[in-house]
Design a protein around this ligand. Structure first.
Ligand code: ADP
Length: 448
């Protein structure tokens, strides 16, 4: 007995939840299908925040920003490979998306910075905690207030598509039962494929052996499902390795630690690169070290600026010491070299001029207040910039750039927006901006 819906949302990460909420508010009957046994996808692990320029929260803090600058810096960070039409839509809609969240009682009122950006534009919770858990719990509260069906432990295996229009989806639950759902629109919000080693290595053989920061549901199934109905793909080989990943647990050390004033130090006790450069470049410079790892080094002031730091301490990632010399000893590092590195960094902060490495942002304060902390890190597979092709209405496009009727996609499953390297804070913006839009358009399409 098939069930009937207007809109089926595949995936319960940030993009899927925002889409479902918006589609419901447009009057559509909505079903969310999630293959894992919990809601939240990889979004729940998002650390740093949500980028947007010209927001109310920036104005409240006296931060002057412009959409044009955000656009230019994202394009440069993306190695000028971004789909500029989608990127413009993204930049334009970002402040509205921050307000959409606020209107849904999800306030991102504190602001920090990430690599490749020149201005504080990464919006995060007021208590400076990681954005992912906060976002998902806020979205789930909104879900609970609405009449939206959610089915867990169940995968969408196929979109039924005939005569140029979506007919529905087929599901497979964890008891191997096939369920048939009729729907006029489907929103694919299945995330990326960082946890699918074969797929990563297929496109980027040199990434074999790298850990991944992603949850195990990040397998890229949505890409294959959409390809089966004719969807095109773009940038599949553009895969981001995040520079600061704790290697024994694959746990991501947030860019907000560097954005709060931390530095990177090699085993030789030396800074080696501008810590606030984009992720691709910072990662490449860690891999270029003879030991292929480095330390995130910070002091008490940085810890107080970021709630995640306490989580890292609790998880046992952090080596702490009462003095820089003691920290160097614990890291089996040349302490004279380490002390000299700290000293010259602190001079750079005083002058607000890092002549040696050209760091221009997050020169927040000298690293001089104990305790002193270090976390050993190396890069890990983090984000897949490639994915299916969409237009600015989130309609999925085929290889000839024709719309597939009733098929929508949003979030990491989509390719093109981030080009060759995604900026920290742009994934959360992406999923909310295009999630809302997909919800709106899929509902309108279904009820037209
Ligand atoms: P985004 O950041 O784009 O919102 P996430 O990774 O946060 O993406 O969420 C994607 C969600 O989609 C994950 O929870 C994942 O388990 C789920 N998912 C992936 N493939 C399928 C599928 N075929 N059927 C149902 N859910 C899926």
């Amino acid at each position: 007995e098939p069930q009937n819906y207007d809109v089926v949302v595949v995936g319960s990460g940030g993009a899927g939840l925002a889409a479902a909420i918006q589609a419901c508010d447009e009057g559509a009957k909505v079903l969310i299908v999630e293959k894992m046994s919990t809601i939240g996808g990889n979004t729940i692990k998002a650390s740093v925040g949500m980028n947007a320029a010209e927001t109310r929260y920036q104005r409240l803090k006296g931060i002057e920003d412009s959409k044009e600058l955000f656009y230019q810096e994202t394009l440069k960070g993306g190695q000028f490979k971004n789909n500029t039409v989608l990127l413009k839509e993204f930049i334009e809609r970002a402040p509205q998306a921050v307000e959409w969240l606020a209107a849904h009682n999800i306030e991102l009122s504190d602001i920090t910075i990430t690599g490749g950006m020149s201005i504080d534009r990464t919006h995060r919770p007021a208590d400076r905690s990681a954005v992912g858990g906060f976002l998902i719990s806020g979205l789930v509260k909104n879900l609970n207030k609405r009449n939206i069906d959610v089915i867990l432990d169940t995968s969408v295996t196929e979109i039924r598509y005939a005569g140029g229009a979506v007919q529905g989806v087929n599901l497979l639950n964890d008891e191997n039962e096939v369920l048939v759902v009729n729907a006029k629109s489907v929103i694919v919000a299945t995330g990326g494929f960082s946890a699918n080693r074969d797929m990563v290595v297929k496109y980027r053989p040199e990434l074999d052996g790298f850990v991944t920061t992603n949850h195990k549901g990040a397998t890229g199934s949505g890409i294959a499902i959409l390809q089966n109905i004719g969807a095109g793909t773009v940038d599949m080989g553009e895969i981001q390795i995040h520079p600061t990943v704790e290697q024994t647990t694959s746990y991501l050390i947030s860019e907000a630690i560097r954005g709060g004033g931390a530095i990177l130090v090699s085993q030789a006790g030396k800074r080696f690169f501008n810590e606030m450069e984009t992720r691709d470049k910072v990662s490449a410079n860690i891999i270029a070290l003879p030991e292929k790892f480095a330390y995130v080094v910070f002091d008490e002031q940085v810890r107080l600026n970021n709630k995640a730091a306490d989580e890292y301490i609790a998880k046992g990632f952090v080596i702490s010491a009462s003095s820089p010399r003691e920290l160097a000893a614990k890291l089996e590092m040349n302490s004279d070299a380490f002390l000299a590195s700290l000293e010259s960094y602190n001079v750079a902060v005083d002058k607000q001029d890092d002549a040696e490495f050209g760091r221009r942002t997050a020169l927040r304060h000298p690293i001089n207040q104990g305790p002193f902390y270090a976390i050993r890190i190396a890069p890990g597979v983090h984000h897949t910039m490639g994915g299916v092709t969409i237009n600015t209405d989130t309609c999925v496009l085929d290889a000839q750039l024709q719309v597939l009727g009733g098929a929508f996609a949003a979030g990491e499953v989509v390719g093109g927006i981030h080009g060759g390297n995604r900026i920290g804070g742009n994934a959360v913006a992406d999923i909310i901006i295009f999630g809302i839009l997909a919800g709106q358009n899929a509902a309108k399409f279904a009820m037209r």
